[in-house]
Write a protein that binds this ligand. Structure first.
Ligand code: ADE
Length: 231
């Protein structure tokens, strides 16, 4: 079973309309949709925004649906100046930019016995690169920084860039990464840029959420069709 999470309904509805054999399961206050795509069994859910919600959803997918891979699909704010609205980027590494226990001598983002940077699965990243080549789509890669903050301020954006060498910012990826690291599930995080995390970010997000979310979802489904179903 392949798990696919988005944060918002706009991020998962382009996935759900393409599944067959859809069944809905309510667990806690959330809905998990099982179905099939190109012969693969998938479970899709939107977590709601933020790290805690994303961690709950990823954990339920592991415990209840026994997923063997987890893919995240959604939108992000661009930090790297080369990223424009609609561009795709996948995470090679993720970090929680809002974790701060520097008072005890730890680097920003670092949690004892957890670490700071979470590395995504090289095999899934290779499949993403192959998918991009086949579709002739530009696919960026880099550091995605996660925090429970919608960044809409150039100074804050610069700070995240300098501290973590981040290329994009969002609100769920590193939480999903932390759960997947805990349960040793290979994971992949894809984002399509919806805004530049600047003064116009709120406005741009509202305007481009749906179109960028669809680009990410379409790419994710192309990847699903290439995944090994043996497990
Ligand atoms: N997701 C999309 N844009 C974002 C931003 N600017 N900050 C945090 N999460 C985002």
């Amino acid at each position: 079973m392949i798990g696919i999470i988005g944060a918002m309904t706009e991020e998962v509805s382009p996935l759900l309309i393409r599944l067959t054999n859809l069944q809905t399961h309510t667990i806690g206050n959330n809905k998990y949709h099982t179905g099939r795509y190109e012969g693969r069994e998938v479970v899709v859910a939107y977590s709601r925004i933020g790290k805690v919600n994303a961690a709950v959803t990823a954990t339920v997918m592991q415990q209840h649906f026994h997923i063997d891979k987890l893919l995240f699909s959604g939108v992000a704010g661009a930090i790297n100046k080369s990223l424009k609205i609609g561009d795709l980027i996948y995470a090679e590494k993720l970090v929680q930019h809002d974790v701060d226990i520097t008072a005890f001598g730890h680097p920003l983002g670092f949690i004892p016995e957890t670490g700071d940077f979470f590395a995504t699965d090289p095999a899934l990243n290779t499949i993403a690169e192959e998918t991009a080549r086949e579709l002739c789509v530009k696919l960026g890669k880099g550091v995605i920084a996660t925090g429970d903050q919608f960044i809409a301020d150039p100074d804050h954006k610069d700070w995240v860039q300098k501290r973590f060498k981040a290329d994009a910012v969002e609100m769920e990826g590193a939480a999903v990464a932390c759960v997947c690291q805990t349960f040793q599930i290979p994971y992949f995080v894809l984002r399509a840029i919806s805004d530049q995390a600047d003064m116009d970010a709120g406005f741009n997000f509202d305007e481009f959420l749906v179109s960028s979310a669809r680009l990410s979802a379409d790419f994710i489904l192309r990847m699903v069709a290439k995944l090994d179903t043996a497990k």
